[in-house]
Ligand binder design. Sequence first.
Ligand code: URA
Length: 245
Amino acid sequence: MRLDKYLSHATGASRSQVHHWLRHKRILVNGVLCTQAAHPLTEPSEVLLDGEAVTLPQDGYWMLHKPQGVVCANTDGHYPTVIDLVSSHLAPHHLQIAGRLDVDTTGLVLITTDGRWNHQITAPKKHCQKIYRVQLSQPLNPEHFQQLNEGIHLHGEKKPCLAAEAFALNTHHYLLAIYEGKYHQVKRMMAALNNHVVNLHRIAIGGVQLSTLAPGQFRPLLPSEITQLANKPQCLKLAEVAQHL
Ligand code: URA
């Protein structure tokens, strides 16, 4: 990270304020006076402003139960956002949403300040499992289950989706596990099967489950959940998830 970015991120000061400090020789990096805004901090360094240590804030990681009518965006002119829901408790700067849900979809949303962690979960190549509870207008038949397993071809996409799994809870309610996060993916998959999603709720990402968190509530992730999601995301068995609903 560049020195000016580091100083700005660590203190909340504007870039011009930071450049003022640098010009006035108020910054030491590892004991050496530094006036270069672009100076790279490649390894953990001691940065001092007027002799006081300047450290980056610790990264934060939360899960939120997104209610209906709330958008996964940092700002929106029309709807409340997931950031509005958490920002009375968390400083909204640098908050990122790790995998978005549609405005009418409810359930598990991960929020973090850690861009690398976010990437680990959301990068398409990671194939992180997302489990949804889906209410459909029509029952699925055995051929639909097979098509989901083989990879549905979405309208307008070159490649088919990765194999997905479905588990029937009853005639119109299913658990669905997918391993990508394409735009409106579940709704488009069901449209490709001539079906329609009536209700969509995300219950797990990479093995971490929403569990009993109430709509609109959020909580910090446990250290074990943070490392699991970044390093060893789990794939849950839908039959087992169904037993604990
Ligand atoms: N798939 C959808 O169609 N919508 C969502 O919100 C999430 C997955």
